[in-house]
Design a protein around this ligand. Structure first.
Ligand SMILES: NC(=O)c1ccc[n+]([C@@H]2O[C@H](COP(=O)([O-])OP(=O)(O)OC[C@H]3O[C@@H](n4cnc5c(N)ncnc54)[C@H](O)[C@@H]3O)[C@@H](O)[C@H]2O)c1
Length: 369
């Protein structure tokens, strides 16, 4: 059992990971500024974990919630203190590890506002690393992304594939990966598995396409405005918030002509974080870089048909031109995560659509309703 600081723990992937970690007996402090999430996600995940509130932002000796920005030393120090303090204010246990989800993630927005993306994603990560040094915590799981691979040259994509992002969001993730390699003492030649001469324990987890929701339908993805990703869009069509699904490109070199991606159920992803965290804490200092994906490709039209079946609602499809910046096929080679962590995805497209629909149909307007 460890005490873990979760930045961005109220967000989509963070909230599901917090639930899995609490159920495994870990104690958590969540630091989130709610710029893209709601405190309700934390209340709901605490309830799903069977926790009883004991005060504002406080659930016994299991969970604390701190509202603040990762770019501010003061917020970070408050979060570390919420773990260490004794009495009702704290968990009475110093932070042993950090899982760092907080960040901005919309590719299009990153093109329009590159400075904000560099500030939150890179400056925020550096400020966090400095706080970790101040508080003698040298164990970090970082949310990286398959977007680093750009237009992949080989599919399925191994971790050794070239890092060649094609947009500002991807550049910020690549920059943080490099920063982490330097902090670990592994430098530019960092490969997927390296010892850390500096005594850091770091996992850089490259997610493919996280989708779905907790099977209870109580927590899920709640994008602001028009969704950037396929699944939230499809589920909003099914629930009647949008008239049809626009499919960008039907002439890709794929079996049905639409783009192929590696979709991973968010509960599988949450398990991957738990396993990576526990491996880091148990093993010698290291820098570990892992793809988290299923290894299976699914096309846009397959997603639309599977969501129709799960929801019993029609998903009208409108085929339009390709979008600049998209790749035809992006699929992970997840063999290294299987070997190092014993982790593999357990949940397929049917479970993804069933659970995604459970969330969307019970919460048509997300946490706002
Ligand atoms: N969802 C995806 O498709 C995907 C894919 C690959 C990588 N990632 C990465 O995983 C991480 C989590 O993604 P998500 O889908 O859960 O996103 P999300 O937006 O749902 O969660 C991010 C959380 O961080 C918080 N946050 C943002 N800026 C902050 C700041 N300055 N200080 C404190 N909190 C802040 C937001 O309020 C939100 O709760 C991100 O770093 C993202 O880049 C996501």
């Amino acid at each position: 059992m460890a005490t873990v600081l979760i930045t961005g723990g109220a967000g989509f992937i963070g909230s599901h990971t917090c639930l899995v970690l609490l159920q495994a007996g870990h104690r958590l402090v969540i630091l989130d500024d709610f710029s893209n999430s709601s405190p309700r996600a934390v209340e709901r995940l605490a309830e799903l974990a069977g926790l009883i509130p004991t005060g504002p932002g406080s659930w016994g000796d299991a969970l604390r919630l701190v509202q603040g920005d990762i770019r501010h030393d003061h917020s970070l120090d408050l979060a570390f203190a919420a773990a260490q303090s004794s009495g009702p204010a704290g968990l009475d246990a110093p932070v042993e590890a950090v899982i760092h989800f907080a960040g901005l993630k919309a590719v299009g927005e990153s093109v329009a506002e590159p400075l904000r993306y560099w500030d939150v994603n890179l400056h925020g990560s550096r400020t966090l690393l400095e706080a970790m040094e101040r508080h003698s915590c040298r164990c970090l799981v970082f949310s990286s992304s398959a977007t680093l691979y750009g237009y992949p040259e080989t599919v399925p994509i191994p971790e050794t594939a070239p890092v060649q992002p094609i947009n500002p969001y991807g550049h910020t993730k690549a920059a943080v990966e490099m920063l982490l390699a330097d902090v670990a003492g592994c430098g530019a030649g960092a490969t997927a598995e390296m010892e850390s001469p500096n005594g850091w324990r770091i996992a850089r987890l490259r997610y493919f396409n996280p989708v779905g929701a907790h099977p209870s339908g109580q927590i899920g993805e709640d994008p602001d405005g028009i969704p950037n990703n396929l699944f939230p869009f499809v589920s909003q069509v099914a629930v009647g918030r949008r008239p049809s699904l626009r499919v960008f490109g039907s002439d890709w070199p794929t079996p049905d002509g639409t783009g192929v991606r590696d979709y991973i159920h968010v509960m599988d992803l949450a398990e991957g974080h738990r396993m990576a965290l526990e491996a880091l804490l148990a093993e010698e200092p290291q820098l570990l870089t892992l793809n988290l994906g299923s290894g299976r490709g699914i096309s846009v039209l397959e997603v639309a048909r599977a969501f129709e079946a799960a929801s019993g609602r029609p998903i009208p499809v409108e085929l339009v031109a390709r979008r600049p910046g998209d790749a035809a096929v992006t699929v992970a080679d997840p063999a290294l995560a299987a070997r190092r962590l014993g982790w593999r995805t357990q949940l397929g497209l049917d479970a993804i659509c069933r659970d995604g629909w459970a969330w969307q149909s019970a919460n048509p307007h997300g946490y706002a309703a």
